[in-house]
Design a protein around this ligand. Sequence first.
Ligand code: FMN
Length: 485
Amino acid sequence: MLLLGLLNCVVARKGFLQMRQNLPRCGICCSRPVCRKRQRSSRKCCVMQAGTGILDGTTVSDAFFTPLKVGTLTLAHRIVMAPMTRIRADEATFAPDDLTALYYEQRASEGGLLITEAVHISPEATPIWTIYQRVTEKGGQVPGLWTTQQMLAWRKVVQRVHAKGGRIFCQLLHTGRVAQPDIALHPFVKDTDAPLPPVSSSNRGIDASDEQGNQYNWDKPSSPPRALATHEVARVIGDYVHAARLAHQAGFDGVELHAAHGYLIEQFLNDGVNDRTDAYGGTVANRCRLLKEIVAALVAELGDGRVSVRLSPTHIDPETGQSRQTYFGVGDSAPEVLYAHAVEAMNAYPLAYLMLTEPRVGGLSDAPEQERAYAYPVANADYREMYDGVLIGAGGFTPATARAAISMGIYDAIAFGRWFISNPDLPARLKAGIDLTVYERATFYGAGSEGYTDYPTLNAPLGRYRQVAQHDIGVRLPGTQKDNI
Ligand SMILES: Cc1cc2nc3c(=O)[nH]c(=O)nc-3n(C[C@H](O)[C@H](O)[C@H](O)COP(=O)(O)O)c2cc1C
């Protein structure tokens, strides 16, 4: 009798677990299938809003479509295109071409904001990404913005976006120690006296085990960087200002400073890399100095409301104690203290917006129904309390969790990455609740129109692509995925 009781219990529990598995997950203030707890922030848990349609994505009287003032712009909706490197610039000149202009034009919408892929401010800032097999096979380069020729090429992109009523910011990047010396051999750089990579805050290289562990698939070991001398910092800031000036001449509505994802500025912010003893190292305030000086210089160049910043706060997972969101081995001994300082410091500048990356990008598969990262809770809600301006979130949002994050006031707008790659008309689809075309990871990087400009718009034939219902994203979670974007 007792055994039968136990068996019933086991069967009932199994059924319950299966049922739990199929329930929609919160993804906002917790990752539980049914969210009961109020956590961390003083805001109400989103389960309070269940039944309003926010969680199941059926709400179409819509948080997305409330206008938003962003610096000098008034956006018609809050669906921003996140910056995404596509490695399709001209190999000879590091300039965007007509295909790139078409790509951004396709994704422009009336009153919508696009952010370009990372645009490199100098040869020293520029990596050659042959680690991606498709790039080796098909070619393609990351774009730059340090010559007049590049500026004129970007102007064509901007004009096409503006002609559709869209707005566009240019993301400025220096990759620091991620760039490698092979660029010295490139004909466009070879006979110039441009400073060459890799430089960083220190001479600490990317740890080989980290490269391995994070599956970067380098085709050769990365070279240890040279620590920038104190007197060189002004020159690097000058390179950012030069690129911003060219961005203005190209007609961009503003620039986004890429201070995230393990690149140069993060290599100064984080004490896992920065071991300097000058004014740019040591205390948190000193490590944030480069960030602040660049922001101040960009604002002085472009004026109020035309500069924005992207940060990717490292998050210590409360359940595992592990840090999430370290890129290229760039980590800090006290990330909460560091990023609180960096975020609060941004209040001193008249930024258009601050963008934060959520620590939940992930998934090497093309199966968004099963991607675990889509169900991780929002981790950056505390930073909302620290920043007074427009706050944009990016990383692992579904249409439903994005709406909820805006409705709850955690973020003012959401930047979508992969869904914008595969859905050129994403705002229209989100408005109407129409199925989304699924992105194809294999064609993210490398030259050519495939996986770039050939995704269908509404009512066009699907071809080799497939679609997913908006409410099915992230709901079938059992498979494990590797984190790596
Ligand atoms: C192909 C690809 C390229 C990316 N390149 C950049 C980049 O150049 N700059 C940047 O800040 N983030 C970059 N990201 C990160 C995205 O901006 C975004 O945070 C990420 O895709 C997660 O958002 P999602 O879940 O909506 O795709 C890239 C992401 C992808 C998928």
